[in-house]
Design a protein around this ligand. Structure first.
Ligand code: HEC
Ligand code: HEC
Ligand code: HEC
Ligand code: HEC
Ligand code: HEC
Ligand code: HEC
Length: 456
């Protein structure tokens, strides 16, 4: 009997397992209830809620246990109150449920009411929330911050199994050697010196193959992920809120990002642009502002503005640092939001230094993307690509910026063909449109799927 065959089998299994962690999902298949819940959730809730991060409303992951633990009230269970909240959030608030009352102030905007949702619908939605995101929509799917459902335990289990199999394979190899020796001994033949398993040729070949496949798999997976950072929300040097500026105060995007309409790149506004307003808005108004003077002072420290006098420092770069530091330390000492030592340090660290915003969107170098082409010629709203920026307290990358994302839109979107003189050269299309043979011209038809349009 040839025992080594079993070791090949083990290697095959091994290989399957090494590749498997990337393919296997931790979840059981979703039930009918979960699928029904997903539908309701996507159409009613997803515009304001994500499962695993704040959007307009809070993240809904674990919401059932939050309410079960904290929202019992008036002899009614927290879970029951939760369902009543979803239907009409004012119901538990008016009933004085303390959890609901505190939740009510979570965001300046209020949650929509859903009087039409039946009890079964509510159960379905809760089942979906408890289950978590179903599958992955992939790079060409609907946009929205990525939600993955990898369960780390599955990966651990698979790695555990893998180690077990390696051990089994080694034992089998050993047994196979022993058996061979026994056979030879019986036949009275000469017994070759035992070969340790790591010198065994077949073992080496199999190991090499495994490593090659593993590295290949990792490289391909890594390459596909390049530049895809959907949902990326780095911490910024100043807690600048788009919600406060573009949303509540209705400042036009292009007031700050003025080059988006005219050139290839959009810009991050310079500190001077901030000063147009923040010469006056200093964060010392006791009624307004979440951070008091703490954040706005960083602008002053960067550009050299003395908030006491309302004037710029003369020759800022050559001022004694201790003098500047003392001015900001005193300025911060009566902030409405009390400045800790760390807050003061953060402001002083900004003295005479440009504000270094962390870049969020970043296409790979081999891709050509032009803002004005889309904003001005294409007439596309910023929000189509960047999401509901005016509701983002902290800005994040809304779209995947994958090739599939660009291409999908080019397939579906019509160009403003008749309004744009640039397209007068496409005479055939104009004629066919006049004759009614062609209703519209998509970006695809003007060559928007050609590789060299997007790639250098
Ligand atoms: C227009 C935006 C919006 C929509 C649509 C919306 N919500 Fe909300 N939701 C909010 C906001 C905002 C809050 C926080 C409460 C507040 O500030 O009014 C909230 C709070 C909640 C809470 C309490 C969260 C907690 O941590 O206790 C639950 C539960 C909830 N929403 C469920 C839902 C469900 C389910 C749907 C869909 C049927 C939905 N919401 C649709 C905006 C929305
Ligand atoms: C008052 C000035 C101001 C206004 C108005 C404003 N922004 Fe911004 N925007 C900034 C600043 C400052 C940053 C860098 C800090 C950050 O990312 O939050 C930024 C960053 C961004 C980024 C991310 C850039 C990157 O790093 O990839 C996008 C996208 C963006 N803004 C879009 C918008 C849109 C869309 C609007 C209108 C709805 C808007 N902004 C309105 C000041 C502004
Ligand atoms: C067109 C006017 C305008 C411009 C330009 C502007 N802001 Fe503001 N900013 C405001 C207003 C209005 C407030 C709200 C003040 C309040 O609520 O008291 C504010 C508040 C803030 C706050 C305080 C938030 C808080 O809750 O405490 C910060 C920080 C801030 N802005 C940073 C910036 C930065 C950085 C820039 C430049 C990239 C900038 N602003 C440009 C109008 C502006
Ligand atoms: C067709 C989709 C699309 C539209 C519409 C769009 N953007 Fe962008 N935006 C992008 C992409 C893609 C990037 C990344 C570009 C890169 O890395 O070169 C980006 C990057 C940015 C950046 C970072 C700086 C830069 O150019 O890399 C800012 C700021 C920005 N966009 C603001 C805006 C504003 C403001 C508007 C509306 C006036 C707008 N965008 C409209 C897709 C879009
Ligand atoms: C929301 C839809 C949308 C998205 C997303 C989008 N585009 Fe476009 N794109 C357009 C439209 C509309 C036009 C046509 C503009 C015009 O009228 O000239 C266009 C035109 C172009 C053109 C010029 C094509 C030609 O034939 O002249 C290039 C290049 C381009 N886009 C690159 C990109 C890249 C790269 C991305 C992804 C990073 C992207 N686009 C994402 C809608 C989109
Ligand atoms: C509408 C714009 C657009 C067109 C047309 C386009 N690409 Fe891309 N391509 C992109 C973007 C954006 C990326 C970056 C994707 C990322 O970072 O995930 C990309 C990435 C790639 C990559 C790198 C692999 C990867 O996933 O990152 C290759 C290879 C590629 N494109 C080949 C092509 C070929 C071949 C064609 C013609 C058939 C083509 N592209 C047409 C926008 C485009």
């Amino acid at each position: 009997m040839n025992v080594t065959r079993y070791s090949y089998l083990s290697f095959l299994l091994l290989f399957a397992l090494m590749v498997a962690p990337g393919l296997v999902r931790a979840q059981d298949a979703p039930s009918e209830q979960v699928l029904a819940g997903e539908k309701l959730y996507k159409s009613n809730c997803a515009s304001c809620h994500k499962l695993n991060a704040k959007l307009i409303g809070p993240a809904l992951e674990g919401v059932e246990s939050r309410w079960a633990e904290q929202a019992d009230h008036d002899g009614i269970s927290g879970r029951e109150w939760l369902k009543r909240w979803i239907k009409n959030w004012q119901d538990p608030v008016n009933a004085g449920n303390p959890y609901a009352v505190s939740m009510q102030n979570y965001d300046a905007s209020a949650m929509t009411q859903f009087p039409a949702l039946q009890d079964a619908d509510l159960e379905n939605i809760l089942a979906y929330i408890a289950y978590g995101p179903i599958g992955s929509t992939g790079p060409t799917g609907p946009t929205g911050p990525l939600e993955t459902a990898e369960n780390p335990y599955t990966a651990y289990m698979l790695w555990g199994l893998l180690i077990l199999l390696v051990v089994v394979a080694l034992v089998l190899l050993r047994v196979s050697n022993l058996l061979n020796r026994l056979v030879l001994e019986k036949a009275g033949e000469e017994i070759p010196a035992p070969v340790p398993f790591w010198k065994n040729k077949k073992f080496r070949a199999a190991l090499t193959l495994l490593i090659v496949i593993y590295i290949g798999n990792a490289t391909v997976t890594g390459a596909i992920d390049l530049g895809r950072q959907q949902g990326y929300m780095p911490e910024q040097p100043i807690k600048f809120s788009h919600e406060l500026h573009a949303g509540i105060n209705k400042i036009n995007c292009q007031y700050c990002h003025s080059s988006a309409a005219e050139s290839k790149h959009s810009n991050i506004p310079s500190t001077n642009v901030c000063m147009n307003c923040h010469k006056g808005i200093k964060g010392d108004d006791p009624k307004n502002g979440k951070y008091g003077k703490l954040e706005i002072s960083k602008i002053y420290a960067a550009i050299g503005f003395n908030p006491f006098s309302g004037q710029y420092f003369e020759d800022y770069a050559n001022q004694e640092k201790s003098y500047i530091d003392s001015i900001f330390t005193v300025w911060l000492s009566d902030s409405k939001v009390k400045a800790t030592d760390k807050d003061v340090e953060a402001v002083l660290a900004q003295v005479n230094k440009p504000i270094e915003w962390t870049r969020i969107h970043n296409l790979p170098d081999h891709v050509y993307f032009n803002h004005s082409q889309h904003v001005t010629a294409g007439g596309i709203e910023c929000q189509t690509c960047h999401g509901p920026v005016e509701t983002m307290e902290e800005l994040y990358q809304f779209s995947p910026l994958s090739m599939g994302w660009c291409i999908n839109c080019h397939r579906e979107t019509e160009v403003k063909f008749n309004q744009n003189p640039y397209y007068e050269t496409f005479q055939v299309y104009h004629e066919r449109m006049k004759e009614g043979e062609m209703k519209n011209v998509t970006v695809e038809k003007i060559g928007g799927l050609e590789c060299q349009k997007c790639h250098y």
